[in-house]
Ligand binder design. Sequence first.
Ligand SMILES: C[S@@+](CC[C@H](N)C(=O)[O-])C[C@H]1O[C@@H](n2cnc3c(N)ncnc32)[C@H](O)[C@@H]1O
Length: 232
Amino acid sequence: MNEKQHAIVGMFDKIAPTYDIANRILSFGTDIGWRKEGIKKALELGNSQNPQILDVATGTGDMLVFWEKAVVGDASYVGVDPSVGMLEVARQKVSFAEFHEGYAQKLPFEDAKFDFLSISYGFRNVTEKEEAVKEFARVLKPNGRLLILEFAKNESKNPFRIAAQWYVKKVLPWLGGLISGNLSAYRYLPNSIEGFLTRNEICAMLERNGFEVEVAKDFSFGVSSLIIARKK
Ligand SMILES: C[S@@+](CC[C@H](N)C(=O)[O-])C[C@H]1O[C@@H](n2cnc3c(N)ncnc32)[C@H](O)[C@@H]1O
């Protein structure tokens, strides 16, 4: 992997021990509702009978915890992330899942293995995004569902979104820095959102790589976005 990608993963290694607590405090718990809604919708659209679920950029495995609560009956749960530090926390926290070290650009799984693939607040960190989308299409079964949650770039002038952006740019780096002891890691968040794609740009990337977008919506006036797409 390239140097930029290594630096991003190294940063997550450093903040791994305080990642969960910082996440909940910095988001005031609002991410919980966004995660639950995305998973509920994906399960309604896809094959919810004994599904094989992969969470890419799984971090500390949070998304898998929400998948497990929402699925009725048996399922298999797999998480993948390149950060050894994040995976260490995930393995201690989420006993029902198996975890693998790996990058979204080169997933260590066979073709057409999974019914669902989620990536929450991780796509921004992938340096070769189009390669990753091709990998998502490869490992999903036909009619499998891709679920993306992200802080997409958004230039709307809605006052709530502008206030939220002020919080993310001016307050969050200091608070995150205080909790984690790593200011530069939390300065990376607003910068990575500014350099990222819009929701429509992500949808276009999915459509040109074998997906049909079924859900594309914003939460909290565009602070976070949800995309669900069907592998054709
Ligand atoms: C903000 S965390 C999100 C973790 C988790 N999905 C969540 O919702 O809390 C981003 C994660 O992306 C991972 N990551 C960075 N680059 C990646 C890549 N190229 N492929 C897969 N995961 C990556 C990091 O190691 C980190 O665990």
